[in-house]
Design a binder for this molecule. Sequence first.
Ligand code: GLC
Length: 559
Amino acid sequence: MIRKSWHEKVAYQIYPKSFCDSNGDGVGDLRGVIRKLDYLKGLGVDIVWLSPIYCSPLADQGYDISDYYSIDPLFGSMDDMDELLTQAKQRDISIVMDLVVNHCSDEHEWFQKACADPDGRYGKFFYIRDWKEGDPLPCNWRSYFGGPCWEKLPGHDDKIYFHAFHKKQPDLNWENPDLREEVYKMVNWWLDKGLGGFRLDAIINIKKLLPFRDFPADREDGLCSIHRMLEQATGIGQFLGEMRDRTFAPHNAFTVGEVFNEKPEDIPDFIGANGYFSSMFDFAETILNHSDKGWYDQAPVTAEQYKAACFQSQEKAADIGFLSNLIENHDESRGVCRYIPEEDLSLTSKKLLAGLYFMLRGLPWIYQGQELGMENPVVRDISQVNDISALDQYQVALDAGLSPAQALKSIQMHCRDNARTPFQWDATANAGFTTGTPWLPVNSNYKTLNLAAQIDDEDSVYNWYRKLIRLRKDPVWKETVVYGELIPYLAKQKNLMAYYRKGEKTLLVAGNFQRQPQTMALPAPVGEVLLNNLDGFQVEDGQLCLEGYQFVVFSLEEK
Ligand code: GLC
């Protein structure tokens, strides 16, 4: 693998709406981010990805962009953005923005012009088809947020347009070179401004299976999961390679793809030596137990499943390139609530999860608040839910025959609001996030779970993350932690997740992923203990005794 300077870094995702509100309107903003740059530096962060802050009607919280060249006034101004870039640079932090180009907003000028003249230049920027009442739709794919992917084109009773996500997010037609040129122009404009790179939103969707066609229905609604077409669509590389060559490569930009369900044979093209992206997220864990029926049909993830998914991803990426590792983001529930059984959630188990994923090979990502061990809020009523995806899934559960109480419970775990509640800075009103009324209520546990309570506590989740980051950057261990080969150890031992990292040195990473203590045979005597989420451990007859949820990292002595 060709070594890149970003391999050694630590990345952090900010969901600006919920990070820090500088003007008291209840919504986080760019000046809030600027205010917290020193905090990020203190944590040890090098790369920051900002979820969308472009002009948007916010039908999907900014993932519906109406102007790629402007900052939404809700978040600040272009001057604020420029200042953020400058101030971040002074601290050696690189800023990465979301690149949302599978679709734009129906309020974008392109779509407005397409509606005015569907046969003109901008009509060809979208997928618009003739259709009249009673005709079958061009395909029966279900949009990600529910219902068919087709909607009547405003102002035209005889035309429809395609949207893979919400109807306010019309898909852009990447088959059209004219559209692609517009995208590259915009990407280069941002990179010329000094942006470090992009996180490529929903990028796998830009290649459609054409001509549109039906697949067997998988629910009563007669529609099928859009994944069926993604499995068959080929040729995305032409678009991605062109975009890389025209934009990212000449700027030496850092890019991370939101790629789901990739085929193993695609990995070299995606993140290999001359890959389309620098890195891509490993979602193997986050999609565990997904069901085409809906969220209500999703079983909780077990420790064994988690371990198997991590190891499989590591094997797939091997020496090809660097995955981006995560336990949560703005679309997922809090990792500590998803991967740890509710009754076992504790300081110790939170640290175990943090350690297990952070020590994997790849680029570690921290989603805002994760470094405090933030948890999912309790949703008491469907009227409290903001996430459009959860509202759809609530209806899906009701349609499947669940009672309203059961339906609510079924969306609790996967509701995207879970990770979008405001950052818990301190124990003052609204967790110090805003002096106004927060756009989404603060988690009620903020009085005890907040940064101020953790920052000076050596034992806190926050300081545990700092230790993990310090180890990654420690000149003595860095080479092994960043590049060391990952070899699973005793992979068959239930609820034990252990692996070697073999580089200049040999490390053993071990976590007892259960409440009960368990022993693990040691392959060699323990050398230096680098991390331990409890006080000490016992070794007896070559067996390491781990307490419930104990996590340790140590070097091994040569035999
Ligand atoms: C990505 C984003 C998600 C958004 C969707 C549509 O999956 O992470 O938040 O809703 O794309 O843009």
